[in-house]
Structures are given as structure tokens and as C-alpha cells.
Design a protein around this ligand. Structure first.
Ligand code: GDP
Ligand code: MG
Length: 596
């Protein structure tokens, strides 16, 4: 296809504003998916995406669209909306010339609307502002057209109105895309350069890599090279998705499609990397390749210790499909053998955990998530701490923690509540703007550790659900942090150690000591539960002793009943973990590590 007849665009929006639904309607309008085969969230192929109603992986589909007597090729890229996957969104955007900026006509602009708009502007995309869900009785298209027009600096009349649900306005939107989005430009005669914007592992075909060709062309059977590693592979298959993979004779300037080389691991075909021809390689890679960086760490342990090899194999398998997943073996005195796993964020953690449990039939315990700390000892050596139990024992010079730049959007009546919340999370206000008289944008610098776990829930509950949040990494800062240990009868329970701000150490200690006192059954002896910073105890509870002699209950009773009781006791023992001489039921660990 000549570039003049190609339009590459993506749909960007705040989560739930209707990207996937609009994408579905476009597939239908263009006849790519037949009416009778249509199902909701057509492009969200993973079960977990469909169940949660979210998009995790980007998708690219080629759709024919006739305008007058010309048939154009529209390549639509559906992107994941969540902050954990921002890097993938930004690569998808770099593969396009235009972006449909979708805003829910009953909600207005939200934090990720802004974040995605800024990403699109950084990539010099033509922005097409669109209000969605105009079929809703609560839609306020006039009001929000004005808000959106004000944001991007256009006339409110230029804001299109559609309903992804009913299909109203969708053909007009497709016509607009043809008119407004510039066709791709590139040098057809130059050495091939194609950008990888997604890479997925398929059990049958190995890694399927999604690319956008910038210069030159790629054809089947030629040898290609990955510019970041110089590794070469044979191109076994190349083609476009429409909506299933259709092999072709190659991809040229501006075209979007997939390629298969037979590699078995997505890390050999990384998002952001540049593909070139091995026989006539390009000199310069396309900009933008970035190693995904784990931000949140947690220990994952099988409930049943004998499942450890299954967990190890399961992680190895998931990694084939998830370049961002990192892990290394770890042992815990309390939980046994497991792994310390690094994640992009909490959603990524939840997804990985759910996939491990579902696809590999594992029951897992995860420790309290933490961020990565850089601890500088007094002699100047740096220690990278991703697990609180690795926190160095001796004199510590300084500790730095990652921080984020956060944007909160909310009705202005909630300014006070938001300030209070951010202050309690060690936030520093960086600026505030009114998007309209009743809608405000607040920018904060916050420690990642304070925002990543329950901040969003707290924000939602303080603003009756009206606030939205977006954040991006913004370097590190020094902070007054300490490690709090939890001790049972003088023995540290490694799984409960946490790195917290000094002002919050006492609260954490008291909370854990109280929880454990309730969760751990009485033993034959008294058990002190303590929280300590180094050797200084900051909180203490006591589990009182009992004499539990089950057999005494059936004194003189018949022998079979006695045996039954003994067996029951043995069963219970199996699910007990020993911490020093204290028996702790596994449920107590799970309950104490759960975050509520
Ligand atoms: P995404 O997160 O941006 O991909 O949003 P989805 O496409 O998953 O849509 C989120 C929710 O909004 C779903 O419950 C959709 O059914 C609903 N929705 C999407 N578009 C429309 C629309 O035009 N009208 C109405 N009434 N609901 C819509
Ligand atoms: Mg979606």
C-alpha cells in the first residue's frame, strides 16, 4: 500500500472512557469483524483482560475504509490505559501519526486524559478530540466539549460526538481520521527500520512482534537484526492483523503489522527496539528504547512448600510473555523457599499473581510490597534494598527512596481533602490549575511508597469517587526511613519486616503487634509480640499461655475417637509454621500480610 493511502492512529483516553468499545464499533463499521462474530472487547484477547474489562496489551488492527472511490487502510492501535503500562502506551503512540482523544461525555477530563494527551503531543501526533457515550442520559456534551476545546485549544464545534455503544457518529469519525491524520512519511529506498511497539508470546507460534515500518521494507525469509542487541533472526512470517493474522509479501513505509522469527522469549524482541535488515542494516536506531524498570517488589511463596518447583517453572513461562517481570530466589525463615519478584506497579503485581494462581494452579502467599531503596553506609558503600530483610544492620549514612510526580484532577470542592491526604503521605504541592471554574488540577511530588499501595482508594473515598490520579517516576529523594522488625518471643519474623518513615514506625509496629496477638493462637507458654527498630522495642503485646490438652477431653472415651482427634491435630500441624518455638498457623501469615 502506498503511504498516501495509509492512516495510523490510536485511541487514547482515561480508563473506562470507552476505548475498547469504540474500537469494537470501528471493527464492525469497517466490516473487519462480521456482525455475527462480534463480541465485546474483541481485541482484549486475554481472559484476564476480558474479565476485568481492562486492556493490558496493545493491539493493532488493519481496517479498510472507503472514502469516495478510494479505499484507505486505517491501522488502529488500541493501548493499555493503566499507569503501570505507560511505557507501552508511549511506544504505541510513537507508531502513529494521529490520536483520537476520547472523553466520556458524562465525566469530562480525567487525570489520564491529560497524561495521554501530553504523551501524544510529545510524539507530535494530530489530536482528534471526541466526546463518547453521548447516548447516556447524564451526558453533558456542551459543557465537556467546551472543557476539551479549552484544553487542546480548538473550537468547541470541532469536538466530535460519538457513542461507542450505539455506533452513532462512528462513520463520521472514521472519515475525519482520513481527512485530518497525515499519511506516514518515510524513505522507501533507505535501509529498513521498523519500531517494535509490542511483543507477545504465543504457545504455538513463539513470539509475535508488532512493528511499524518507518523506512525501507521487510520481506519474508530475509534475515533481520535487532538493533539494541545485534542479534539476527530469519523472518519466518510477516503480515497484518485484520482481525486475525494475515501473512503478506512484506511491509513497506508506514505499514503496521506483525512478524514472527521463531524466538521463544519476548526479551529477544523488546518493545521500543528497532528491527533492521541484516544484509543492509540501518546506521541509527529509532529513538525510544527503554528497559522496563520494576518499581514494586514482593516475595511470592507457595502455600505448600513442595510447589516451589512449579512456581519456578511458572515464573519462567510467564517471563517469556512479560519482559518487565524480574525475579530471583529468596528464602524466608517464616515462609520457606520462594521468589522476590519485581513489578511495574500494583496492577502488574495483581495480574502476575492471578495468572500464576489461575494458569498454574498455585496457592501463593505474597509479602507486603515495597519499593526499592538505596542505602548508603557510613563508609560510603551503596546497598540496593528490594527486600526489607536485606536492610543493612550497621550504621546507616543515608537512605533514598523513589518519588513520583502525581497529578490529581477533581472538582474544586475537594481541594482541602486532597491537600490533607497528600500531606499525610509526605506530599509536596508543586502547582495547581483550574481547568474550569469547578475543576482543578493539582500537582504533587510524593514518595512512590506512599502512593503505590492504597493511595488511590483513599483518594477515591475522600472525594466520593470524583478524583482521578496519574503519576510518573520522578527520581529519588533522601528520607528518614527505618526498618521495623516484628519479633515473636525474641525471634524476628522476616516476612513482617518493613521499611517505613520514622514518623510512621510506631503506628506500623502497634498495628502488626495487635494483629498478630489476635491471629496467633495461645501456646503452652507466654509469647511476647514486639515491634522494634534495631534493638529498640517500640511496641509490645503478649499472647497468654494456655494448657491445651485435647486428649484430656476424651479421658476414658473410646480409642477410635481418640485417634481421630490426634489425626485432626496432625493435619492442623501441617499448616503450622514454626517461628523459633512458636507455632504460627499459615492463615495468620496470610491475614497479617493482607493489606486491610
Ligand atoms: P476502556 O477502559 O477505555 O477500554 O473502556 P471500555 O470500552 O472498556 O468501556 C468502559 C465501560 O463503558 C463499559 O462498561 C462500556 O460498556 C461502557 N461504554 C463504552 N462506550 C459507551 C458508550 O458509548 N455509551 C455507553 N452508554 N456506555 C459505553
Ligand atoms: Mg480497554
Amino acid at each position: 500500500t502506498p503511504p498516501g493511502r495509509i492512516r495510523n492512529f490510536c485511541i487514547i483516553a482515561h480508563i473506562d472512557h470507552g476505548k475498547s468499545t469504540l474500537a469494537d464499533r470501528m471493527l464492525q463499521e469497517t466490516g473487519v469483524v462480521e456482525q455475527r462474530l462480534m463480541r465485546a472487547q474483541y481485541l482484549d484477547r486475554m481472559d484476564i483482560e476480558r474479565e476485568r474489562g481492562i486492556t493490558i496489551k496493545s493491539q493493532a488492527v488493519r481496517m479498510p475504509w472507503a472514502v469516495g472511490d478510494r479505499t484507505l487502510i486505517l491501522n488502529m492501535i488500541d493501548t493499555p490505559g493503566h499507569v503501570d503500562f505507560t511505557y507501552e502506551v508511549s511506544r504505541s503512540l510513537a507508531a502513529c501519526e494521529g490520536a483520537v482523544l476520547l472523553v466520556d461525555a458524562a465525566q469530562g477530563i480525567e487525570a489520564q486524559t491529560l497524561a495521554n494527551l501530553y504523551l501524544a503531543m510529545e510524539n507530535d501526533l494530530t489530536i482528534i478530540p471526541v466526546l463518547n457515550k453521548i447516548d447516556l442520559p447524564s451526558a453533558q456534551p456542551e459543557k465537556y466539549a467546551e472543557e476539551l476545546a479549552g484544553l487542546i485549544g480548538c473550537d468547541p464545534a470541532e469536538v466530535l460526538r460519538v457513542s461507542g455503544k450505539t455506533g452513532e457518529g462512528v462513520p463520521e469519525l472514521l472519515d475525519h481520521i482520513v481527512d485530518l491524520v497525515p499519511p506516514p512519511v518515510g524513505d522507501a529506498g533507505a535501509p529498513a527500520r521498523a519500531m517494535i511497539f509490542d511483543s507477545v508470546y504465543d504457545t504455538y507460534r513463539g513470539v509475535v512482534t508488532y512493528v511499524r515500518v518507518i523506512d525501507g521494507s521487510l520481506s519474508p525469509r530475509e534475515r533481520i537484526s535487532m538493533m539494541s542487541t545485534r542479534a539476527t533472526h530469519e523472518l519466518l512470517e510477516i503480515g497484518a492483523i485484520s482481525p486475525d493474522p494475515v501473512p503478506s509479501k512484506g511491509l513497506g513505509v508506514g505499514e503496521v503489522g506483525y512478524l514472527i522469527t521463531g524466538v521463544k522469549d519476548v526479551r529477544q524482541s523488546k518493545v521500543g527496539d528497532t528491527v533492521t535488515g541484516a544484509s543492509r542494516p540501518a546506521q541509527k536506531a529509532l529513538g525510544g528504547y527503554k528497559e522496563p524498570r520494576p518499581m514494586v517488589f514482593s516475595g511470592l511463596y507457595p502455600m505448600d512448600g513442595s510447589d516451589y518447583p512449579i512456581l519456578r517453572d511458572a515464573l519462567d513461562k510467564l517471563k517469556l510473555n512479560d519482559a518487565a517481570l524480574v525475579y530471583e530466589p529468596e528464602t524466608s525463615a517464616a515462609l520457606g523457599f520462594g521468589f522476590r519478584v519485581g513489578f511495574l506497579g500494583m496492577l502488574h503485581l495483581e495480574i502476575v499473581r492471578e495468572r500464576l494462581e489461575r494458569e498454574f494452579d498455585l496457592d501463593l502467599i505474597s509479602t507486603l510490597p515495597n519499593v526499592e531503596y538505596d542505602v548508603v553506609l557510613e563508609d560510603g558503600t551503596h546497598v540496593d534494598v528490594t527486600n526489607p530483610s536485606e536492610f543493612p544492620g550497621g550504621k546507616v549514612g543515608s537512605i533514598t527512596e523513589p518519588v513520583v510526580r502525581a497529578t490529581v484532577l477533581a472538582p474544586s470542592e475537594f481541594i482541602g481533602a486532597i491537600m490533607e491526604l497528600c500531606q499525610s503521605r509526605r506530599g509536596v504541592l508543586r502547582g495547581m490549575d483550574y481547568l474550569s471554574p469547578e475543576r482543578v488540577e493539582m500537582r504533587y511530588t510524593l514518595p512512590l511508597a506512599e502512593i503505590v499501595f492504597d493511595f488511590f482508594d483513599a483518594l477515591k473515598s475522600k472525594t466520593r469517587g470524583y478524583a482521578s490520579l496519574d503519576y510518573e517516576p520522578d527520581g529519588d529523594q533522601e528520607a528518614d526511613l527505618v526498618k521495623v522488625d516484628i519479633l515473636l518471643q525474641g525471634d524476628t519474623v522476616d516476612a513482617f519486616s518493613a521499611i517505613v518513615h520514622r514518623d510512621k514506625a510506631y503506628a506500623y509496629g502497634v498495628q502488626m503487634a495487635t494483629k498478630l496477638k489476635e491471629l496467633i493462637p495461645r501456646q503452652q507458654f507466654e509469647v511476647p509480640v514486639q515491634a522494634a527498630i534495631g534493638s529498640r522495642v517500640i511496641a509490645r503485646e503478649t499472647i497468654r499461655a494456655i494448657r491445651k490438652d485435647v486428649l484430656a477431653k476424651c479421658y476414658g472415651g473410646d480409642i477410635s475417637r481418640k485417634r481421630k482427634l490426634l489425626e485432626k491435630q496432625k493435619e492442623g500441624k501441617k499448616r503450622m509454621k514454626m517461628v523459633g518455638s512458636v507455632e504460627v498457623p499459615q492463615e495468620a501469615f496470610i491475614a497479617a500480610l493482607s493489606q486491610d
